[in-house]
Design a protein around this ligand. Structure first.
Ligand code: PEP
Ligand code: MG
Length: 559
């Protein structure tokens, strides 16, 4: 038995075979083949598999975002069998004796070049598609699995670290738990693990050895322990813990339908954070009162090219319709820093967390922003939408973004397209600048939502991605909590509501503090809703208010 201690970032106990994430190889293998006929058949088999995979993706897209989204994958299916494309692959293999991987890559590059040189915008855009299908076929040929997991049974997934774009593409039904050598508790991968309700452990360093692959492991996301080949006693103990957690969940389930109200009558709204339309299922299952943060950039991360207005519209409409009139706060595109998207072709930066990201990109590239705003306002006709801008530092940014909202609404009116007039427009408070001028910002928006992940990172000058900074990254630091209090006061003085959508919102040690300073809404991962509700219902705010606020301003231990 091997026991490894690291850091748990998503609770729960999982047991299953360990599987190392397979990443696409960066270098293409190129060689001459002897048996050209069987190489050709190898290509044909990979082509058939790619068409099958795309069929599955088309169905998934249809369910999540409607027919138009599915069409992209159906077009890719047809392109896999395009006659010209197939003929040039055949020539490369049968005439030149090239291996299938190289033949597909070269044929794809040639066809992409032809498309790119065309006059018509539609055909020019097909260049990216042909590269994409070629990469898929090459991946299949070289044994790299789309979605990273080639296993018939669910596994505990091990990786060095996973980029958000990799995490969103994983086949979730195959994952029992995560175990990564790098990562940090407030990285987006940890956040996604919590949203998916999957136990996760990070910071394992080199302790998880490749030779453990296939062996039975148990991960305890609460304590951060990974056990390989557990002995009978340990296994029994951890399985018992898993049962207890399930029993506790059953008890929590009894809180469904109950109000989030303290023992002395103070209410708070408990909403959920989601990353894609599928997550609405767990919001409803856990009785979330609404969605306080839909990280819309995950839609972009899931695509190989800019998502169209219609694709986005279908996704937002689905979330709003499924939430059936409950409030849904959709955050506009927040890429940059750790969430990089290749097709945006953003230049490499020395300090990406301080660079061209989020609202800055949207204001610098208004055509992208406009597409998203049109999709959002069109979807507003189907539910209770609020729009939120990320990474604000100045009033002028908000004014400029709101001006674009007005322009989009005027366009839709002129086109006779319906939208709701009651869409609230708010901002995230996740920079110290925004917190400090929150008195001024409160005059131009309908609400604030505090992004404590970034607010901690920027206030403490401490990279949220860097696990080595562990104890320096302290969201309980009085500097962060004082800003939170200031923001709440400024919001309320100006008659607007304030929520928290960073990970700190689910921190039960601070629930009394949040209630004491008067936070109106906490937006947390779906699995955190019921434990938080229980905590709220056990609290008497009157008793603790002054004491807590004092402690908050001057906690000696944290200073
Ligand atoms: C935050 O910064 O707290 C936040 C909610 O946004 P994200 O984690 O997506 O940066
Ligand atoms: Mg943020």
């Amino acid at each position: 038995m091997i026991t490894i201690q690291a850091k748990g970032v998503s609770t729960g106990v999982a047991i299953g075979p360990l599987y190392f994430y397979k990443r696409a190889q960066a270098t293409l293998r190129r060689y001459q083949v002897e048996d050209r006929e069987s190489e050709w058949l190898r290509f044909k088999a990979a082509q058939a598999k790619a068409i099958d995979q795309l069929g599955v993706l088309a169905e998934k897209a249809r369910e999540e975002a409607g027919d138009e989204a599915a069409m992209l994958f159906e077009t890719h299916q047809m392109m896999c069998e395009d006659m010209d494309y197939e003929e040039s692959i055949e020539n490369f293999i049968k005439e030149d004796g090239l291996n299938a991987e190289a033949a597909v890559t070269d044929a794809g590059a040639m066809q992409a070049e032809t498309f790119a040189a065309m006059e018509d915008d539609y055909f020019r855009a097909r260049a990216a598609d042909v590269k994409d299908i070629s990469a898929r076929i090459v991946g299949i040929l070289s044994g790299v699995v789309q979605g990273g997991i080639d296993s018939d049974v669910p596994v505990v997934l091990a990786a060095d670290d996973l980029a958000p774009s990799e995490t969103v593409q994983l086949d979730k039904s195959k994952i029992l738990g995560f175990a990564t050598s790098g990562g940090s508790g407030s990285s987006h991968t940890a956040i996604l693990a919590r949203t998916m309700g999957i136990p996760a452990i990070i910071g394992l360093g080199s302790q998880l050895k490749p030779e453990y692959e296939g062996r039975e492991v148990i991960v305890d996301g609460g304590t951060g322990v990974v056990v390989v080949d557990a002995d009978a006693e340990t296994k029994q103990r951890l399985l018992k813990k898993r049962e207890e957690l399930l029993r506790r969940q059953e008890l929590l389930n009894q809180l469904k339908g109950q109000p989030n109200v303290t023992r002395d009558g103070q209410s708070i709204r408990i909403y959920c954070n989601i990353g894609n339309p599928e997550d609405v299922h767990s919001v409803l299952e856990n009785d979330g009162g609404g969605i306080g943060l839909f990280r819309s950039e995950f839609l972009y991360l899931n695509c190989d090219d800019y998502p169209t207005e219609d694709y986005q519209f279908e996704a937002y409409k689905k979330v709003l319709s499924d939430m059936d009139g409950k409030e849904v706060v959709i955050r506009t595109l927040d890429i940059g820093a750790d969430k990089m998207i290749e097709y945006f072709q953003l230049p490499k930066e020395e300090n990406p967390a301080l660079g061209n990201r989020a609202l800055r990109i949207c204001l610098n590239r208004p055509e992208i922003f406009r597409t998203q705003l049109r999709a959002l306002y069109r979807a507003s006709a189907y539910g209770k939408l609020a729009i939120m801008f990320p990474m604000v530092t100045s009033v002028w940014e908000v004014k400029e973004a709101k001006k674009m909202c007005e322009q989009v609404k005027a366009e839709l009116t002129a086109e006779g397209i319906p939208y709701s007039e009651d869409v609230e427009v708010g901002i995230m408070i996740e920079t110290p600048a925004a917190a400090v001028i929150s008195d001024r910002l409160a005059k131009v928006v309908d609400f604030f939502s505090v992004g404590t992940n970034d607010l901690t990172q920027y206030t403490l000058a401490c990279d949220r991605q860097n696990n080595d900074l562990g104890r320096f990254f302290n969201p309980h630091h009085p500097a962060v909590l004082r800003l939170l209090k200031l923001v709440t006061e400024n919001a309320h003085k100006n008659g607007i509501w304030v929520g928290i959508c960073g990970e700190l919102g689910a921190d039960l040690e601070l629930t009394e503090t949040f209630l004491s300073i008067g936070i109106d809404e906490l937006s947390v991962s779906p699995r955190s809703v019921l434990p938080l509700r229980q905590k709220v219902r056990d609290t008497v705010v009157g008793d603790v208010k002054e004491k807590l606020i004092d402690a908050l301003m001057s906690d000696e231990n944290a200073l």
